[in-house]
Design a protein around this ligand. Structure first.
Ligand code: C2G
Length: 133
């Protein structure tokens, strides 16, 4: 079984995330998603619209996601790859090169980001719609 791991916040889940997850899953037979906790997001200077539990439930509803684990720190990737026997690490190419240190443990690949959609754009659009109501 070829196991793939990826990381992210996955707030306001959208087709950019889902395309990434589908392509990640297609790299193997089993996809692990390390989902940023609310506390870790705060340390990233991000605040997700939806809680860790809500974001986790959304991911677990996706056919291509086999396991969701918490991402609590930047430094857990080496341990995670070993602990979950990941053969492949993948992220969108906004992270190209940032995790190449994992190459001595597993394959590392970066997918092209889906243009013109982001959680920030969705949140801004939601805010504007509410203001216009
Ligand atoms: N993504 C994408 N296309 C988009 C938006 C996001 O391919 N339009 C990808 C990102 O490249 C990333 C994944 O979807 O691989 C999750 O994106 P975010 O939730 O924004 O994750 P991020 O805040 O980048 O956190 O340790 C790594 C961090 O947890 C990554």
């Amino acid at each position: 079984m070829r196991r793939v791991i990826t990381y992210g916040t996955f707030d306001t889940l959208h087709h950019g995330h889902i395309r990434l997850l589908r392509r990640a899953r297609e790299l193997g037979d089993y996809l692990i998603v390390a989902l940023s906790t609310d506390e870790f997001n705060a340390s990233k200077g991000k605040s997700a619209l939806f809680s860790y539990e809500e974001r986790k439930a959304d991911l677990e509803a996706l056919r291509m996601v086999d396991l969701v684990i918490p991402e609590r720190t930047w430094d857990q990737k080496v341990t995670d790859v070993r602990l979950y026997h990941a053969d492949v690490f993948t992220m969108g190419d906004d992270w190209t090169g940032k995790f190449d240190f994992l190459k001595d443990q597993c394959e590392v690949t970066y997918f092209k980001r889906t243009p013109s959609i982001s959680s920030t754009q969705i949140r801004n659009a939601m805010t504007m719609n509410i203001a216009a109501e």
